[in-house]
Design a protein around this ligand. Structure first.
Ligand SMILES: Nc1nc2c(c(=O)[nH]1)N[C@H]1C(S)=C(S)[C@@H](COP(=O)(O)OP(=O)(O)OC[C@H]3O[C@@H](n4cnc5c(N)ncnc54)[C@H](O)[C@@H]3O)O[C@H]1N2
Ligand code: MOO
Length: 336
């Protein structure tokens, strides 16, 4: 890039977008890259503080900010990601369809350690809608070494940094435990709450049973349910410390492989996560009925995206795991 005083620049091509900002009024590209400077542009450029411009003159071992951002975007974006055209040197990564965003945090660290390169993302493991912005990328100077682009590509050759795993509809088996329900003292508040949350993932309760707080009966209901055609089993209530709370023991006794009883998310810490072969099994504590956002809202999108959950995934939920009612875009508490 060659720096030219503005009064000598007539007839030359701008090497980058020039931005005009008027606080709270305008933030726009006033002159795009490639614009041929005219006499009448000079006072306008001066009024936005441009007394010199860069004209295009890039050495072979360097790359311009717009091509660089596109290259990085292509290298880091996997399934379900589209790129926007560069603007002011920045390319955005957008969700092509609804699903669970998957970001390799260690890879992100490595990419952001490459000179001049920045990639900023939303949080890993949250649901996104079609069209949601998942990441933005650019280089910091106007040009950077081609070598830096090669380094980004090498890091992402084996696996992309960011992808979206589509949600797949689920047939859900549900067992509500509680002698007070079984005997008809209270009606089941879980069914409606759970059905409402499932419908956001085009899924429904297809098998349903109410059982008393009696371990053999819960075990038998779990075994019967797991033989049906279901994609997820939910066992609700009886997850806490009262003598009548039989659910975790019954889930174990039914032969489910328990990944964790207890998840560092509040509300909902007394949740159990396990698997019967491929079928996820969740034990949901009572708070899922009455708290608007709970551990269920964090784990349900994973299950809907067919993510196989391990202990480390659950342990990591503690950071950001104190859930707030107000949805914050890009934050863990969102139930979209
Ligand atoms: N001493 C302690 N008390 C509590 C603890 C604890 O660790 N120590 N944990 C608290 C947490 S956290 C939760 S969450 C709740 C609920 O846990 P449970 O899953 O055991 O819930 P239950 O005891 O079965 O029921 C509590 C309450 O909710 C009603 N309920 C349950 N299921 C249904 C249903 N399907 N429909 C309508 N209502 C339902 C039940 O009748 C009880 O009134 O425990 C805290 N306490
Ligand atoms: O499981 Mo309790 O659910 O921490 O509110």
């Amino acid at each position: 890039m060659k720096e030219i005083p503005i009064h000598e620049a007539v007839g030359m091509k701008l090497g980058h977008d020039v931005t005009r900002i008027v606080p709270e009024e305008v933030d726009e590209v006033a002159f795009p890259r490639g614009h041929v400077i005219r006499e009448k542009d000079i006072p306008v450029l001066k009024s936005i503080g441009k007394f010199h411009i860069f004209v295009m003159d890039i050495p072979a071992d360097q790359i311009h900010e717009e091509e660089a951002a596109l290259k990085i975007g292509k290298a880091i974006g996997g399934a379900g990601i589209e790129l926007t055209a560069p603007s002011e040197g920045r390319v955005n990564l957008i969700a092509e369809y609804r699903g669970l965003v998957n970001i390799d945090r260690e890879l992100l660290r490595q990419i952001n350690s490459i000179p001049d390169v920045i990639v900023a993302t939303i949080e890993d493991g949250i649901p996104v809608k079609k069209g949601d912005r998942i990441a933005g990328t650019r280089i910091i100077p106007l040009t950077t070494a081609q070598q830096n682009m090669d380094d980004v590509r090498k890091l992402t050759e084996q696996k992309p940094l960011i992808s979206v795993h589509p949600f797949q509809p689920m047939n859900v088996g549900m067992i509500s435990t509680g002698t007070e329900l079984y005997e008809g003292f209270v009606s089941d508040g879980f069914k409606e709450k759970v059905s409402e949350k499932l419908s956001a993932y085009d899924s429904q309760v297809s098998e349903y049973q109410v059982v008393p707080d009696d371990q053999p009966q819960i075990v038998s209901a779990i075994k019967t349910m797991l033989d049906k055609k279901i994609d997820l089993l939910l066992v609700t209530g009886g997850m806490s410390v009262d003598p009548d709370d039989r659910t975790p023991g019954a889930i174990r006794a039914a032969g489910v492989n328990v990944i964790s009883y207890g998840v560092p998310v509040l509300p909902g810490s007394m949740c159990l996560v396990g698997y019967d072969h491929e079928i996820p099994v969740l034990g949901l504590p009572g708070c899922v009925i009455w708290d608007p956002i709970t551990v269920f809202d964090r784990i349900l999108p994973w299950v809907a995206a067919r993510k196989r959950v391990n202990k480390a995934d659950l342990v990591d939920l503690g950071y950001g795991g104190l859930l707030t009612v107000e949805p914050v875009p890009g934050k863990s508490s969102v139930n979209r």
